[in-house]
Design a protein around this ligand. Structure first.
Ligand code: ADP
Length: 837
């Protein structure tokens, strides 16, 4: 502790009358008398972080012995003191040079005790003293300095500064309630411009450094300017503070006021017998809940949510969330039901009216209806799964079934659904949460027993946030689906009266647990004759009508339809066929609308005129038998397709390279085919060393995307053997079958699609594994008759059928249809190098 530890504080715990008395006494004390050189010598009152300006009256608390002693000394000598600030307030032992060069002479009262029993003095500032030196007398530090007196009267510049400053000070007094009321009056009464600057400077908070500057600024004009500037800044801050304060206050008040007014309005309205819009809205909502035919527990929940709404101010953000929830409850069907039409004859008519063929699917539906009509008590709904290539009528048959039964029809595509939450929704705690797609679709249905088609169950994604298939399992499980749970609704929803039909392209891609619950009905692809029939009976009529034409406006000749099937579409179903027919109809409609001449009868020429050059040309008749290219019939998600497999031999190191649409299983097949060939090299008259000097490059052109499987085995082997032996492969022949290392041919899947694809592509001969012969029942008779089908058990049989004799001349040009799979291939005809032959 040092004797420099002074600090100034408010006068909170000093008795005001006592203060008054002391102040009056201080007033009576004289200033120090300067000696003949104009200097005064005064004991130093060191100030840590307080500044005393002339004319300022302030109490100072005294902490330490040394300082108390210095004050005692001043008293005994009857001297004023020099209040001298130290530059650094934290310095405990200031030396001479650590003080400012300017201090203020102060009159000092005797030491007294405050109410909190601290020692204090009262000081009154008199005038600036510019210090010129220090002297130590006994224990006390004295400073000698020159009295600095400012001008008594302001010059005109100072006058201007003073007026401006006073104006600002009045403004300060308005904004700052802490200033004593008479402060302005006091300042206005001051004459000396320096005194105005000092008094005002001591009236608002300033950082210590700035107060030091003001104290040491002896030029009164500059001091006035400086105070003006500081005060302006202070006013700006105060104004801003006030604005912010007002704004915050305003916000708070507005909220309160609105609520208050709303309450008042409600009170007034109820007094008048009216109800306010919010109450009305809630009443309507209540009426809807009562009317909706909700099951008891659902109604209870809705009522509970409604009562929560009642307790909320209408502007609360939660109101929207609860309203949406109640709306969802009200919008979902809980009891609305359509009555099934279980007339089998009627159903058969409806199904035949809309769809050609599809006997298996239609029979199954009619059986279902028959059983239901005999046993109307609700029994388990069968879940049918329609599997087949696109455009084979799966979805549209679903619609027809709904028509036949008189049920509402809805469909939901599951393609790409990856999250369980998409199926089951998000909890209400999420912002913007909604029910999942199942319930959204039920809302669209509007009845509890629609016919619900779940499309593309084979395209369900498996995401990282739960498996959507799990939700689907629950939907389709008759044991569970009467209490389907949706995360948003949080109420059990009964799906047991829904009739579900699912559709898929590939059986393999359907999660097995799902397919287990369903009854699969295959939708085969159509052969050309069937397509023509469908076009004649259904598509043409539908499309002419869609184009706004009259029934008699337009007749498609059979040849025209055949041209569209053969040359503008390449598909297992009839979707593109229908689209192309639609395009022709629209062209005609446009001509008719424009009042131009239009053809009534559509011939192949008209088709070409309207649809442009054919996409799938019969040019392929030009195709020749080639070395190193064999045709596989493959199974793709679009049904089936033919797929050329090319093999090129190059000088190298015996590597096998595969490019194109090739999966892992197919690579293994290629490896197996090559191994088989090596083991039989002698029979094929291939020099065994040739394998080491040759790289085999297998390529499967893009276009058709085959399912990866081993069924291309015999085709790969045929192409490789052809390449090595230089024997050509018959172009009009397609094949499918797995090969073993010993050349045995194993059965494969998808026979029907593959045979249909071969038929569609115009192949003449198809080689199939002997074990697959039984699958032929599924193949339409027409296709079986048109194709030369061979069933084989060994690779030798394949080669005998597929390879032409070593020196066979190029076969007579055979017409063969180009296929989408047949993309340009490397310079054919030119037989690749056949080392070792
Ligand atoms: P999928 O659901 O199998 O992809 P769609 O049901 O969408 O096929 O059928 C595509 C179009 O082909 C529809 O306009 C449909 O009416 C028609 N279609 C398909 N098969 C037949 C058929 N056997 N008889 C009549 N129209 C058919």
């Amino acid at each position: 502790m040092t004797d420099t530890d002074w600090y100034a504080q408010g006068e909170g715990d000093i008795d005001p009358t006592d203060l008054q008395r002391r102040a009056e006494r201080l007033e009576s004390l004289p200033d120090a008398q300067p000696d003949e050189q104009g200097l005064v010598m005064l004991p130093v009152l060191p100030l840590r972080d307080a500044i005393i300006f002339p004319h300022m009256l302030t109490p100072l608390y005294v902490g330490r012995e040394g300082t108390l002693a210095a004050i005692e000394e001043a008293h005994t000598q009857q001297l004023n003191m020099l209040a001298l600030p130290q530059r650094d307030p934290d310095q405990d032992h200031p030396r001479n040079q650590d003080f400012l060069e300017v201090g203020v002479e102060v009159a000092v009262s005797e030491i007294f005790l405050t109410e909190s029993r601290e020692s204090a003095i009262l000081v009154q500032g008199r005038r600036r003293i510019q210090v010129e030196g220090f002297a130590r007398v006994g224990n006390a530090l004295y400073a000698r300095g020159r009295v600095v007196l400012g001008p008594e009267k302001a010059d005109s510049r100072q006058e201007a500064l003073v007026r401006h400053l006073m104006g600002q000070f009045e403004r300060l007094a308005e904004l700052n309630n802490d200033l004593p009321e008479d402060a302005v009056e006091f300042v206005l009464g001051l004459e000396a411009p320096g005194a105005v600057a000092d008094t005002i400077a001591s009236a608002f908070p300033l950082p210590l450094a700035q107060r030091h500057n003001l104290l040491t600024e002896l030029d009164v004009s500059r001091r006035l300017e400086e105070v003006n500037l500081l005060l302006a800044r202070e006013l700006e801050v105060l104004t801003l503070e006030e604005e912010i304060e007002a704004k915050v206050q305003g916000e708070v008040e507005r909220g309160h006021r609105e609520n208050y007014l709303r309450e008042q309005m409600r009170a007034i309205q109820s007094e008048l017998g009216d109800s306010d819009p919010w109450t009305q809205e809630l009443e309507e909502l209540n009426a809807r809940i009562q009317r909706a035919g909700l099951p008891d527990e659902v109604k209870a929940i809705a009522a509970k949510e409604l009562s929560r709404l009642h307790q909320m101010p209408p502007m609360s953000p939660e109101v929207g969330v609860i309203r949406t929830y109640i709306d969802w409850i009200l919008d979902l069907p809980w009891s609305e039901e359509t009555e099934d039409n279980l007339d089998v004859k009627h159903a058969a008519e409806v199904l035949d009216r809309n769809h050609f063929g599809l006997p298996k699917a239609k029979d199954r539906i009619l059986e279902y209806i028959a059983v239901r009509s005999l046993k109307p008590k609700r029994n388990r709904q069968p879940i049918l799964c329609f599997i087949g290539p696109p455009g084979t009528g799966k979805t549209s048959l679903g619609q027809s079934i709904a028509d036949a039964l008189g049920r509402k029809f809805v469909r939901l595509s599951l393609g790409g659904v990856r999250d369980e939450a998409e199926m089951r929704g998000h909890r209400r705690t999420y912002i913007g949460a909604l029910p999942g797609r199942i319930l959204q679709t039920m809302k669209r249905a509007g009845t509890v027993n629609p016919l619900f088609v779940l499309d593309e169950v084979d395209k369900l994604g498996i995401g990282y946030r739960g498996d959507p298939a799990a939700a689907l399992l629950e939907v389709l499980d008759p044991e569970q689906n009467d209490t389907f749970s949706d995360h948003y609704l949080e109420l059990a929803y009964d799906l047991s009266r829904v009739m579900f039909i699912t559709t898929a392209n590939n059986r393999e891609d359907i999660p097995w647990a799902l397919i287990d619950r369903m009854e699969v009905i295959e939708f085969p692809g159509y052969i050309e004759e069937e397509k023509l029939e469908i076009a004649r009976k259904f598509l043409v009529g539908r499309q002419t009508e869609e184009a706004g034409l009259e029934a008699g406006d337009l007749v498609f000749s059979d040849a025209a339809l055949q041209a569209i099937v053969r040359r503008y579409t390449y598909e297992a179903g009839v979707r593109n066929l229908e689209r192309e027919i639609g395009r022709v109809c629209r062209k005609v409609a446009r001509l008719k609308a424009e009042g131009k001449k239009y053809p009534n009868r559509i011939s192949p020429d008209v088709v070409e005129k309207f649809l442009g050059p054919p996409e799938f040309d019969e040019l392929e008749a030009e195709r020749e038998d080639e070395v190193g290219v064999a045709t596989a019939v493959a199974w793709t998600s679009g049904g089936g397709d033919i797929m050329p497999i090319e093999v090129l031999l190059m000088e190298g190191k015996g590597n096998l390279q595969l490019t194109g649409q090739i999966g892992e299983v197919m690579q293994e097949s290629a490896q197996a085919a090559l191994s088989y060939l090596k083991s039989r090299a002698e029979e094929f008259q291939i020099n065994i060393e040739a394998f080491e000097r040759t790289d085999v490059h297998v390529h499967i052109p893009e276009g058709a995307v085959p399912k990866d499987g081993p069924s291309a085995g015999i085709t790969l082997a045929t192409a490789i053997i052809s390449a090595f032996t230089g024997r050509k492969v018959r172009k009009d022949l397609g094949m499918t079958g797995e090969i073993t290392l010993r050349g045995k041919v194993l059965p494969i899947g998808g026979v029907r699609e593959k045979v249909l694809a071969a038929h569609r592509a115009g192949l003449k001969t198809v080689i199939l594994p002997a074990k697959n012969e039984k699958d032929l029942i599924d193949v339409p008779k027409k296709a079986r008759q048109d194709l030369d089908l061979h069933f084989v058990t060994h690779m030798d049989q394949v080669l005998a059928l597929a390879l032409l004799p070593p020196d066979a001349a190029v076969d007579a040009k055979r017409p063969a249809r180009k296929t989408s799979a047949a993309k340009p291939r490397p310079p054919a005809g030119e037989p690749p190098a056949t080392p070792g032959v």
